[in-house]
Design a protein around this ligand. Sequence first.
Ligand code: C2O
Ligand code: CU
Length: 491
Amino acid sequence: TACGFVEAADSTPPHYITPTDPEIAAAEEARGWNGRLAAFALTAAPATVDLGGRFVDTWSYGGKAVAPELRVTAGDRMQVAVRNELPADTTVHWHGIRIRNDMDGAAPATQAPIGPGTDFGYEFVVPDPGTHWYHSHSGLQADRGLFGALVVEDPNDASGADVDAVLVLDDWVDGLGTTPDAVLMALNPEISGGHAGHGGGAAPMVHTADSLGVAQSFVAGGHGSSEPLGGMTQHIGYPLHLINGRPPNDPEVVTAAPGARVRLRIVNAAAETPYRVAVAGHELTVIAADGFDVVPTTTDTLIVGMAQRYDVLVTLRSGAWPVVAKVEGRDGYASTVLRSTDAAPLPNPDVGGAVPELSGRLLPESALRPAEAVRLDTRSPDRDYRVELIQAGDRYVWGMAGRDAGKLVMRQGERIRITMANTTTMWHPMHTHGHTFAVPDYGGLRRDTVNVLPGTELAVEFDADNPGEWMFHCHNAYHFEAGMTANLRYI
Ligand code: C2O
Ligand code: CU
């Protein structure tokens, strides 16, 4: 179809693209391709998307609120033919993958943007198993709906799961009369540089930050503009929260035999909403964080921050059980249902976002431990950086400051530590491309996105083992676009 997704596995694969940089080529060679190709095609295009009976004009891959899940096996080489039918430049970033630099999808650092009406072929080996996702890395496009789950299965899976289901959590804002890109560009052309607005037709709903965040973030641009955003707030309605693009009253139900071990791969794709997740009548055994195995840890509920993923196992009891993702710290929830095949459907699947497990044992991140196989050895850092996450005055301008911001360089083989000090009143989900952290304060937990909470500091450590130039940024797109970003550069 015109704006569709096809699994192109039978088509003749395009010729392998060798990285032009010899160091990047050597790193790719070392990733150990298993000889299998996993070929897909993605088209980014404007679409009218069904959010469970509410139809919205937005941008999407494949015309859905959540793009199709891409599922491969560790060791495969992915080939993704991307077609851009948007009226704007785009790129696709493969969030969480230890990827070759030139396929990282971060324009202009790693590639030229994919222009309107043109194509780009991504091709890379996926070396590690894990639950990840992919999204546009241009402007605020991910917040319009250009994202989906990317699952890398483990050829030696030892989880014992009988059933595997992905739950993509997402926030949409009702009633925003215009698109975030257009607003941002109008306020500050420098930020969205050249992006055309959505154009054509009313966009009654835009997937983006919550009402506070949007209203605030667009009050000022990131590079000196401080135009008040007249009337913006009054256009903003109530945020809508979805799981796999479905609202609580019309969920996509996950079914399995009674007694089955169900692996839920939870992906938080929201623009700026952390969720507290629980399954009625069940405890959760957490087995992975951002795709890295953890020492299995049991809890009633856990918080999934923006851009983060958790894999949890649930042993399904006979019955139909609400799964709730409650907005952390504010009102609102997404929900779906987990049902055993011997049970009747719930007459009303929307239980109002209330299940007792949400106020049961809450798993702190600091209680998780990395599995032995993914633990980073302890050594003192070769480079010890410190950056501040800042808001400029009382204006909604976000950035990085401090002695090391803007000079994050490293050499191959070095151990890098970055301490982030959040001087603002918001959560900042900090993410690196191409590298993943160990978090000393969380017992060395491995992840690629850490939430730095208001007024706190958090250090992360990683090894410089993937040559290239890489982004390091806050994952709230409107913070990132306003300037809360830096590049990590090999010297
Ligand atoms: Cu998922 Cu640079 O981002
Ligand atoms: Cu931020």
